[in-house]
Design a protein around this ligand. Structure first.
Ligand code: B12
Ligand code: SF4
Ligand code: SF4
Length: 375
């Protein structure tokens, strides 16, 4: 390997660290065996209504199934990971039925796409700068350096490259896990035409454990390492527009935005360190949020509170729908008056969810409800 290459590779990692990423690594651009699962996953309909996952190239091939053919110029993938965990209890520890649960990743003030992309850009600039210097010194690695930064939105299965960059392994819950950090990690990738020094893939440390699969309330983990989005609460509460299929509503429990359960139960997250990044520190009202607040949140309040937050993704209609489903799952008779009013809401999705919640609360299956209801 050319000395400049190992120098630039080390420098990339140093600049990732300087930008605030706890972990970084380099994977070669290869069609790794895990990617062969991707077309099957799409064919089985596991992407649900996330049509962007199915984007194809000119030859009709799924773009995400092969980085090599989608980006023929790319030689290396720089993968960066940042911890978003904060020192707050897990959803599996807090069980107050009057409150909902927003996934940990969405508690902070800034949408992670922006927070991670901003950091990636600084690593990218450093790489470009260093390459210019090296080229000036007649570096053999090519003068036309191309790069592309992605956080989620690019046609890249980021977790596969994270594994081969040595960041961690793919858990049976499909999340990327690091032995020291756990899985509360956001990923970002920089594709580059530069052939950097690759890292070694991380070993799988799930062993015989199946806690995540056993804990998933909707059986979305249909087999180890296989998730069906149609059944995943994260998909249903964030990505799914309109009504949530009736048979899925009870399993959603009190999750109103995303779901942390399969990570909360993971032994590797028991001692996960907390992040000091300012953007990921939680707004107090988002940790165990009051269901009544979310069910009735006004357009102005939604816009104002979530202007820069990941929560915008579900839109106001989705968030209110989710809060009503959680009320229906709560067993709390005191929600009935409010729910009755919301059956006339101008948003038909909200009105329908309110009617469903009432029917759930009245169907007598919660002992607490039987004691307190006057009906
Ligand atoms: C679509 C998507 C979703 C969908 C589908 C999730 C899924 N598991 O596919 C939904 C909306 C459900 C979702 C939920 C969440 N997401 Co999401 N999501 C994505 C996105 C945009 C694409 C993922 C993808 O390509 N899925 C397709 C499947 C096939 O790929 P995969 O799950 O990675 O599976 C690979 C392996 O499991 C392996 N594999 C599969 N089967 C088998 C079988 C065997 C035997 C083996 C060995 C391997 C193997 O190969 C697969 C690739 O082909 C990525 C960003 C990106 N561009 O990669 C973020 C991403 C995966 N999400 C992220 C997050 C944070 C979440 C949530 C935690 C949010 C929340 N709290 O609600 C949950 C976690 C749910 C879960 N258990 O995965 C992070 C994950 C970080 C991490 N540490 O893993 C990512 C990387 C975003 C980011 N940039 O940080 N997400
Ligand atoms: S995020 Fe929730 S619903 Fe989805 S697989 Fe994990 S535990 Fe199951
Ligand atoms: S809960 Fe167990 S099986 Fe699931 S990801 Fe964690 S270690 Fe792996």
């Amino acid at each position: 390997m050319l000395p400049q290459i190992s120098h630039i590779s080390a420098l990339v990692k140093q600049s990732a660290h300087d930008a605030g990423f706890e972990l970084s690594g380099i994977a070669p651009v290869e069609d790794f065996p895990e990617l062969s699962y991707f077309p099957q996953w799409i064919a089985a309909g596991h992407a649900a209504e996330m049509k962007y996952m199915e984007s194809k190239d000119r030859n009709g091939k799924l773009k995400r199934a092969s980085l090599k053919s989608t980006f023929p110029w790319a030689r290396s993938v720089i993968v960066c990971a940042i911890n978003y965990n904060t020192a707050h209890p897990y959803s599996t520890e807090e069980r107050n039925p009057q409150n909902g649960w927003i996934a940990r990743y969405a508690w902070g003030s800034e949408d992670y796409h922006n927070a991670v992309m901003r950091r990636l850009r600084t690593v990218e600039s450093r790489l470009l700068q260093e390459h210019r210097i090296a080229s000036g010194e007649s570096c053999e690695c090519g003068r036309e350096l191309q790069t592309r930064c992605y956080v989620d939105t690019g046609p890249v299965v980021e977790r596969v490259y994270a594994k081969y960059a040595g960041i961690g392994w793919t858990g049976k819950n499909t999340c990327l896990l690091n032995q020291k950090m756990g899985s509360w990690l956001f990923l970002g990738v920089i594709l580059t035409s530069l052939e950097l020094a690759p890292d070694l893939p991380a070993a799988d440390r799930c062993g015989t454990c199946t806690r995540c699969i056993d804990a998933c309330p909707t059986d979305a983990l249909i087999a180890p390492y296989k998730l069906d989005s149609n059944k995943c609460i994260s998909y249903l509460t964030i990505e799914k527009r309109g009504d949530i299929p009736e048979e899925m509503r009870a399993g959603i429990g009190r999750q109103v935005f995303g779901c942390d359960i399969c990570q909360d139960v993971c032994p590797w997250n028991r001692k996960a360190p907390a992040s000091s990044a300012q953007e990921f520190q939680p707004h107090a009202e988002l940790v165990n949020p009051a269901l009544e607040w979310l069910a009735e949140i006004s357009e102005e309040d939604f816009r104002e509170k979530f202007r820069t937050s990941a929560i915008r993704r579900s839109k106001r209609s989705g968030l209110r729908r989710n809060a009503l489903i959680a009320m229906g799952n709560s067993g709390e008779a005191r929600f009935l008056t409010k729910l009755q009013r919301l059956t006339n809401d101008e948003d038909p999705v909200v009105a329908k969810a309110a009617r469903w919640a009432i029917s759930q609360l009245k169907n007598d299956k919660h002992p607490e409800f039987r004691q307190s209801t006057p009906c």
